[in-house]
Design a protein around this ligand. Structure first.
Ligand code: BES
Ligand code: MN
Ligand code: ZN
Length: 515
């Protein structure tokens, strides 16, 4: 699909070729109380009052989410007009805009329309900048058109007819809107990758497959990619990560992807190493390609969904792709420890004590708390990059779903500035996150009688104690943890990966790059 931006200040009575320009449909907004938007007023004049007649007749009330397709329109270049209800004008916020946009796309996707002129992105949206609507409209369309059919034996019916969308935008916002369109496409492409990886079955999307995908991503987007195998992981002394991997016949992989948009990091000296300019942001993603629970095996119901336990890794892949496509001027490193969590004669057992890369001894009281066991070594590994910040992303705890459901990602950080940045990004990207506590008091729940730390902290505040466990390995740089157990996928009839939190992470990096 091709997205383009064309300036037009409708309120000044301009049309900048929009009246004569050919399109299969022009999308126009109508607020409640029969108020036409600027574009609708100009088109109304050109169509000799067609739109105001339709509105006066009561065929379009302006109520949010309603639509009316008017065919065989004359007087303008577009063959049809799609009126979209926008609700109350003084309450037109991000949510109302999203509903209107989705309603419009749904109607259009149900037709053979190929070429669309879209005027809604230009409307003033409460608390949003003038270019914001373009990106949101692109993301909404790509969300609706995403399909995972690569595992079907026959290709599913068809060619999509929609191919060209022209957004009208105020002249003042034109430049920003072009950037927003580019970002929208890049983020959508990243999300598609994340969703594909999440949706692939665990017999296809293995650690080896993720390693190959990383290498391909490196070739396509000029990333430096390293994929470490069993021997190299052993040489790094990642005893905790390896303890999870050993019960599976699939070999573990440790993937490192470098995007250098800001050139070589300036050599860091002394204590303030992480303040060195060009210091990278490191994203660490949990890559459990199947979580059976291991010896502490899970109940059978919906166990298939544990193929999504690599969605943290998937979101790192998707974000790396988006960042590269956007060409952000900063350095980003993606780190993915990936393996299966399986029961076997040689598998990790409850009671085993393992030694992490940084020397910490861990008593494994439950082999199903494996995510933290692979992430802790990746967090230690990340120190070598002298990062400006590290964000890990993981489908870490069922308790996070109990706490926050499927709307908010759980955010944990001791660093208020970093937490604030991530929350701002989540709001801007409409990819919500909610901060949960990380107080030291919770660390007591991780006490072990036999080792430095236990890998579980009992039922109370299970997401917090999981984050507390990770925090012990993330002392040497600003760090935040995102628990995406509830947000990375949907269960039920529309079962599948969501592509979250790629929008949040992409926005965070856009902001960091100042772009
Ligand atoms: N991958 C799961 C967490 C999870 C559960 C994600 C359900 C999505 C849906 C994780 O490895 C796990 O099993 N966590 C345990 C921790 C417990 C043993 C302390 C959990 O949440 O039950
Ligand atoms: Mn588990
Ligand atoms: Zn898991």
């Amino acid at each position: 699909m091709d997205f383009s931006i064309k300036a037009c200040d409708w309120s000044k009575g301009e049309a900048n070729g929009f009246l004569t320009g050919k399109a299969d449909v022009v999308v126009l907004g109508v607020f409640e109380a029969q108020t036409l938007t600027g574009a609708a007023r100009v088109m109304d004049v050109a169509t000799k009052g067609l739109i105001s007649r339709v509105v006066k007749a009561g065929d379009m009330s302006g109520r949010a989410g309603t639509t009316l397709m008017i065919p065989e329109v004359t007087g303008i270049g577009a063959a049809r007009v799609l009126l979209v209800g926008l609700g109350k004008q003084d309450a037109f916020n991000q949510k109302a805009y999203g509903e209107a946009v989705r309603a419009a796309w749904r109607v259009i996707l149900g037709t053979k329309i190929g070429q669309v002129t879209f005027t809604l992105a230009q409307l003033p949206i409460l608390e949003r900048t003038g270019d914001w609507g373009v990106r949101a409209a692109i993301l909404a369309l790509r969300e609706l058109t995403y399909k995972f059919s690569q595992m079907k034996s026959k290709p599913e019916n068809g060619e999509r007819s929609l191919r060209k969308i022209v957004f009208s935008i105020d002249t003042a916002d034109e430049k920003a809107a072009r950037v927003a369109a580019k970002q929208g496409v890049a983020i959508a492409n990243g999300m598609d990758l994340t969703r594909d990886l999440g949706n692939l079955p665990p017999n296809v999307c293995t650690p080896t497959y993720l390693g190959q995908t990383a290498k391909q991503l490196g070739r396509d987007w000029k990333l430096k990619v390293e994929v470490l195998g069993q021997k190299q992981i052993e040489a790094l002394n990642m005893g905790s990560f390896l303890s999870v991997a050993k019960g599976s016949v699939q070999p573990p992989q440790f993937i490192v992807m470098h995007y250098q948009g800001a050139g070589e990091p300036v050599k860091a000296r002394g204590k303030n190493a992480s303040n060195a300019s060009n210091a990278p942001i490191v994203l660490v993603g949990k890559g459990i390609t199947f979580d059976s629970g291991g010896i502490s095996i899970k109940p059978g119901e919906a166990m298939d969904e544990m193929k999504y336990d690599m969605c943290g890794a998937g979101s790192v892949f998707g974000t790396m792709r988006a960042v590269a496509e956007m060409g952000l001027k900063l350095n980003v490193i993606g780190v993915v420890p990936t393996c299966e969590n399986m029961p076997a004669g040689n598998a990790l057992k409850p009671g085993d004590i393992v030694t992490a890369m940084n020397g910490t001894t861990i008593e494994v009281l439950n082999t199903d708390a494996e995510g933290r066991l692979i992430l802790c070594d990746a967090l230690t590994y990340a120190e070598r990059f002298k990062p400006a910040a590290v964000v890990d992303i993981a489908t870490l705890t069922g308790a996070c779903i109990i706490a926050l459901g499927h709307h908010n990602t759980g955010l944990f950080s001791k660093d208020d500035a970093l937490a604030g940045e991530l929350l701002d990004a989540s709001r801007e990207a409409v990819d919500p996150a909610w901060r949960l506590p990380l107080d030291d008091e919770y660390q007591e729940q991780l006490k072990s009688n036999f080792a430095d730390v236990a890998n579980i902290g009992g039922r109370p505040a299970g997401s917090v104690t999981a984050a507390c466990f990770l925090s012990r390995f993330a002392q040497n740089y600003p760090w935040a943890h995102l628990d995406i157990a509830g947000t990375a996928w949907k269960s039920g009839a529309a079962k599948g990966a969501t592509g979250r939190p790629v929008p949040l992470l992409s926005q965070f990096l856009i902001d960091r790059a100042g772009q």
